[in-house]
Structures are given as C-alpha cells and as structure tokens.
Design a binder for this molecule. Sequence first.
Ligand SMILES: [Zn+2]
Length: 428
Amino acid sequence: MDFSMLHPADQLVMMMERIYSYGMTTTSGGNLSILDDNGDIWITPGSVDKGSLTRDDIVRVTPDGTVIGNHKPSSEFPVHKRIYETRPDLRAVLHAHPPALVAFSIVRKKPETRLVPNVAQICGSVDFALYDVPGSIGLSKKIAAKFGEGHNVVMLENHGVFVGSTSIFGAFKAFETFDFCARLQIEALKVGKISALTDEQIALSKEKQHARMDEFVNRNVTSEEKAARRDMVKFITRAYRQQLFTSTQGTFSQRLSDGTFLITPYDIDRKYIQPEDIVKIHGNWCEQGKTPSRSVLLHKRIYDDHPEINSIIIAHSPHIMAFAVSDAEFDSRTIPESYIMLRDVKKLPFGVSFMDHALVSNTISHMTPIVLLENECVLVTGASLLNAFDKLEVMEYSAKAILDTCNIGKLVKISDAEVKELRDAFKF
Ligand SMILES: [Zn+2]
C-alpha cells in the first residue's frame, strides 16, 4: 500500500490505530503529525480517545497558526512545529511512550541498536534530549535542537521518544524497529550477556545480502500457486498481528509442486501485503519487476538439499531473538509438546545466512528443523506452511516461558531418559 497517496488525515488515523492496537501508546498519550506540500501541519488532537480516532478528529494548522478542525491540536504541537522548522527534510513526526522505551528513558540509557544488522540503518543515529515540562517551549527547543544535529530519533529523559522521517510510514517503521530493539534488549538481558555487532559486521551484511537474479515473466499462474499466495498472505498478516514479524522484517517461502517457490518481497509492509506482492522464483530466475527477500538464495539452497521441506520462515520474533543476541542457549526441553515440535535447536554464528548457505542447510535435519542465527534471526523449516508457522509460534511461546522463569525459580529440563521415552512414543 502506498500511504503517500492517502489524505494526511487518513494516514494519521491508520497509523494511530496501528500504534494503539500494538500496545505502543495509551489512549491519552502519543501524537502524530504530517507536514503537507502547502505547509499545513495535520496533527492528532489532544484529549480524544486514540483507540477510536476518525479523520474528522484530525486537526489542521495552517502556516499562519490558524487551527481548523473539531478539536484542539495535541498539546505537543509546538514540538512538532519546531522540528519541521529545524529540519525541512522531515515531513512526519511521531511521538509516543511505549513501555520498553519509557524504561530506557527513565534509566536514561539508549537501547543498543546493533543487536541485529538493520536496526541501526532504519533508525539512524539516536540521542537524548534533556528533561522539561511537556508542551513547554523549553522542551520543544531541546528536542528540535537534537533533530537539528541530524538525529532522527530523539529520546526524552523521563518521558518517551520523538521520531522524524520523510513519511509517516518511515517514522512508524523507525519507531517500531526502535521499540523492538528496546524490548529485545530487556528480554535478552534476563537470560544472558548480550553482544552487539561491530561496524565491520554491519557493513558486511549490507554489502553481501542482495542477491542478483535474472528475471522471467510469470505467465501461467496455476490454481495451486494462487492458493499458495493466498495462504502466505494469511500467515504473513497473522505473524505481523502477533508481533512475530515487524512491518518489513520477516520472510515466508513456500515450495510449489513444479519445483518453483514463492517468497515474500523485500521491504513491503507486512500488514497490508497482497497476493500479487509475493515473488515467484524459478531456478535462478526471479519474477519480473519484483525484489525478493534478501535471503532468497538461502531458501533455494535449503529446498534443493531437503526435498521434505516445503516451507521456510525467517523471523525476528522478540522472545526467540533474546537467545540469538545473547550467549544463552535455547533448549526446547521445557514441555513435551515443545520438544516434540522444536527438537534440537542449534545456533550458528553471525553472517552464515549470507556467506555460508551450505553450513546452514547442512545443519538442518529432521532432528534440527530450526536454527538460530546469531544476531540475525530464527530460521524455521516445515513440511507445510501451517507446520512451519506452528513451529515458529511454539518456539516464541517456549522462549517467552523460559524468559518468564527468570524471577520465579530454576528451570527443570526434561531429562535425557524422558527425551528417549518421548522419541519412542512419538517415533522420531
Ligand atoms: Zn509525551
């Protein structure tokens, strides 16, 4: 979906609904604005329920300060206005107080944006603005000054975060990614010592990840392919809703009976993805005019090596990722249902997903259907889309359960003898 073609009031309503339903703001907290080509600022109102905003609630403030609309603009309007004055390149500003970022704001620390490669790239540089009274001129000056230094994400002491971008989706993406990063760090620190990527590792991932493929025209679309596209969209949007994917991170692929496979596109909003956005791969060829997920060649290698695998998911699910960015080992021997489905999850070093496809593929077996890639992602394989999705969900829930044990007692694993009993009973 191209947000820029929607009216600013509609863009703001859709984004606020998304932020609110995601638990990233309360009904009274948080405000969004868009600066349009006429110089008008469209902004969410103050003191109106954020859970049921409509386009008629959005307020327009013209360059001479005239307020047009049914409500008063948000009390943080002066901050938004001053940010636009300081940074003419920005066209959208988002402010909210999601719990994880507030946690960092009240201990006055910045979240580590180098736990996974793309976060630093999406969020840009981050800095802190000093505390001041909400809605005050002092606060707006302090925040705008930080944007003036070139930061696009500014945390506020004992408050929340302001994000600026060239579009409202850009601001949302940076905000969502930054919040993900804060939540990930909080979870990972419960189980182990975290390790951040170096500049070299981030540069390497940027340079190596794009696959070059020749293109073909996808002429004969079978009913099987149409059904697979439909089902992929269903699971992708569900994975987004359940926060197993973020708006632009998370890859699904599905093999078809003729040996081709379908894969999610690169950088398309997972919330609104459509069947026609999915990319078909035929041998080393890619469907014309589309950009497949950067991990496409890894998927291809796994399908080539493992005829029993028909579906692959790559995700950054927040609780699983706690084990990918820390030195803690993920052990599925928590409850029988988890072990039966997840079995022996292995962790591989950073970079192999784009530099050593053979290693990843050779690690996968019927006893290891899932691999964790350090500081990158989790890769789940399955006999079908539903089977792979089920494994991802079970692993995310198991990871959350393990993280939840931290303050209540020592985890007792299912013993080797009990594992043998399970393998005999369920024949694997
Ligand atoms: Zn606020």
